[in-house]
Design a protein. Sequence first.
Length: 745
Amino acid sequence: MCHTCLGKTFRGNLAPFGTNEPQHPSFLHRWCSQARRTSMWSWTQARSSSTETGARVAIKSCRLELSVKNKDRWCHEIDIMKKLNHPNIVRACEVPEEMNFLVNNVPLLAMEYCSGGDLRKLLNKPENCCGLKESQILSLLSDIGSGIQYLHENRIIHRDLKPENIVLQDEGGKIIHKIIDLGYAKDLDQGSLCTSFVGTLQYLAPELFENKSYSVTVDYWSFGTMVFECIAGFRPFLHNLQPFTWHEKIKKKDPKHIFASEEMSGEVRFSTHLPQPHSICSLIVEPMESWLQLMLNWDPEQRGGGLDPETNCPKCFLIMDHILNLKIVHILNMTSAKIVSFLLHPEESLHSLQIRIEFETGISTGNQELLLETGICLDPRKPASQCVIDGVRGWDSYMVYLFDKSKTVYDGPFASRSLSECVNYIVQDSKIQLPIPQLRKVWAEAVHYVIGLKEDYSRLFQGQRAAMLSLLRYNANLIKMKNNMVSASQQLKAKLEFFHQSIRLDLERYSDQMAYGISSEKMLKAWKEMEEKASQCAQVDIGYLDEQIMALHTEIVELQKSPYARRQGEVMESLEQKAIDLYKQLKTRPPDHAYSDSTDMVKIIVQTVQSQDRVLKELFGHLSKLLGCKQKIIDLLPKIEVALNNIKEADNSVMQMQGKRQREIWHLLKIACTQSSSRSLVSSSLEGTASTPAATWVPQGSSEYAPHPLSSMAATGDGGVGITTVHIHSEIMSSADDVTSAQRS
């Protein structure tokens, strides 16, 4: 170590390596000057950028003045770390060459660098003064529980589990918890029980206080204490007292007691339940309390519940896995602003879940609309498990939003969340003087309440956003149907125009030849009826629908532009920060012989309630407009469907009439051709009888003697019916060609 570090208490070096800087005291001094000093022994933390790989590692170093015992413990930790490989145990790495000069017969330990700080840092944040969020608690339970099982399976007891020895690492956007500092770890291969220990007293198992033999269950006590603190914001047993003091008061507790607090009278009050307030949902509270009762059992032999005979696994880990594997759907009822949670049964259908929702909320299954955050409605054909996401735990991280389809106007805001007993006490009399230690607890709950009001609004805003996204999906479907309707209408209009032109031409040509050609009163009547029917088809009107859709589209755009479509919680966020600042100031005040009132904190509480009431009025007003627009779309969709069906029917009628008329024209053509052919045969027969029997040779190719193409057609008494028939034939063929061309186009 550099001279500036000698004689000081540090715990190690956190640093990225790979630099090629020379091994010089000034380089070492720069490392030490970046050290984050702690009250723990032999740690120094530092950070430095690598110019080669950019990899980050943490270096843990010990002081030079080590006793033989401490040196053995230090070497033992390095040996343990090198043989461990688990995602929730900090991984050992190779010591960079740049640090070899620091060894000096004392080995260094290089570990992966975790940038998220430790659990103590997270717990010390004022916003976590009443515990972490449910998602954070369950993530910690999963990660550290898995790490502890791995250590125990490898016959290693940690013995010093505490928030300072849990570090956080962001891996792909997910926070992973890792166990560090195995300096006190005991390898069971050296003997299954040990009686020597010096460690952190607040999380220490009772048998270690009494210098008794111990086993892996000491880690259960420490783990249970840590999880309780993450839930409640403080340790379970008389957390304000020194360990040796509370040890004497707690050791006779009932095995199921998981919490003890001291009354103003000095009496210790025990409980088998978690204290309020906390952030875990009601469905998890009971199994979590059962788990804590096993972990915080004073008797080390009973602690953890022993081994399960079927799996040979500690019961505490089976219960832990049960908690983590619970499929719970959290539903925010937007009509009441209340959250209801349901434990899903295996393979439960969505309809079954909706029946349970109806029982809890009074909203019938037919009127329930369940939306995901993306605005997508749940699929009734899929199981209820579509409401949960694998790997995502906690009601604070994922929510389903319930709307009542029979309502378009929501009458919010609703009553704010209830005040805790302590907070209500100071709200009723803000000038009452309380001792600083008690005031810290009350103000912590007040901060929790203010944060809760802001988060309640945020969840409702997210529900409003889901409604907006749902509206936009409906609007996209409306636009698609409208475009289909307009396109079909335009096609019908074009076909009708062609049909009218062609039938007028046919009627004109028919009238021209009917006096001396082919006529059919029945066909003529049918054609005129077709013309009238086509005129009726043209009466399919979509203009009024188009106008309604355009007006609705304008309304939706205005709603999107509205300031209420964006989060309006700035005032509450400012008040939250003020409450946090007040709480920080209170924590800096000495607790002895000091009293204070809560005037400033109560003022913030009242202002936050008023601010929430205002923004929720705006939110529900905007939400009602969204739902009104959505209902208009729902009402328009069947009308568009009817219009589309009418257009299709008209289109089919036009095509059928066109086809029928074309068949009739071809029938006329067939008649005309038949008559023309028969008359030609009669004329030829008559001419053959009247001619001389002598054949006259006409030179081939002589145009002078070529007969006219129509010369073989005999004239009738009225003067040339044969020629007239051919004329009709020509006109019909021309019309037929026009019709055929139009159809192809």
